[in-house]
Design a protein around this ligand. Sequence first.
Ligand SMILES: Nc1ncnc2c1ncn2[C@@H]1O[C@H](COP(=O)(O)OP(=O)(O)OP(=O)(O)O)[C@@H](O)[C@H]1O
Length: 249
Amino acid sequence: MPGSASKEVSLKAIDVAVEFSGLRALDGVSLTLSPGEIVGLIGPNGSGKTTLINAITGQVPLAGGRVLLGDRQLSGLAPRDIALLGLSRSFQIVRLFNNMTVVENVEAGALAHGHGLREARARAEALLDEFGLGARADDLGGNLSYGDKRRVEIARALAADPSFLMLDEPAAGMNEAETETLLHKLSALPKDRGLGLLIIDHDMGLIMRLCDRLHVLAFGRTIAEGKAADIRNDPAVIEAYLGSEAAHA
Ligand SMILES: Nc1ncnc2c1ncn2[C@@H]1O[C@H](COP(=O)(O)OP(=O)(O)OP(=O)(O)O)[C@@H](O)[C@H]1O
């Protein structure tokens, strides 16, 4: 239903646990995302970042805890119903319809949210212009560069007019200039659209410049949260990253 998303309430993951075959991928993680803010979700590989987005958006079941939108319980709802309540996301591995045009891909986001055809097309075209992709509107999704596919995915997520947008490594595979353009685009979203943005990325330069707050995971648990400047010097965070680099050396 268009306009169902309320832009005043917060999204809260409370004490969330997720298990895969008895293995705890998340253990007691609590995170609040409010409209108008950008929160960075960081941590070494395998620390549970994508799993937390999956848990919030209903893609994986919770083994404990709950997710609330205002006072409405999201845990247990199907991903589609959670999306209809105003939560949009992008995926770490881009999921575009390769045989549909770029504008149709973005339109799909608006149609899925209940907008009529004409309104969906208008939204899609406006978003493509906004993301500098207007000239590619009639190209097939599969023919785009990797960076352009990522931007189309963000535009498609925005076509649903979400209250909360969760982006999983949006800058992965982008060059420096593309990342810089994306940074400016993303930093304007919360103010322009009143949405809360949760962003996972391994590009610490991007994360530090973009985010109001950071939430740091390691081995499925929260090890730090707070302002970027404080997190950067947090001994637990430094150790988690150095430890993971040593493990991958
Ligand atoms: N569907 C699944 N089935 C089994 N194990 C899974 C599944 N999804 C994630 N895991 C495991 O859960 C843990 C957390 O994975 P997750 O992908 O959330 O980490 P991440 O922090 O997003 O990592 P990366 O930075 O590498 O993307 C890892 O040990 C991973 O192997």
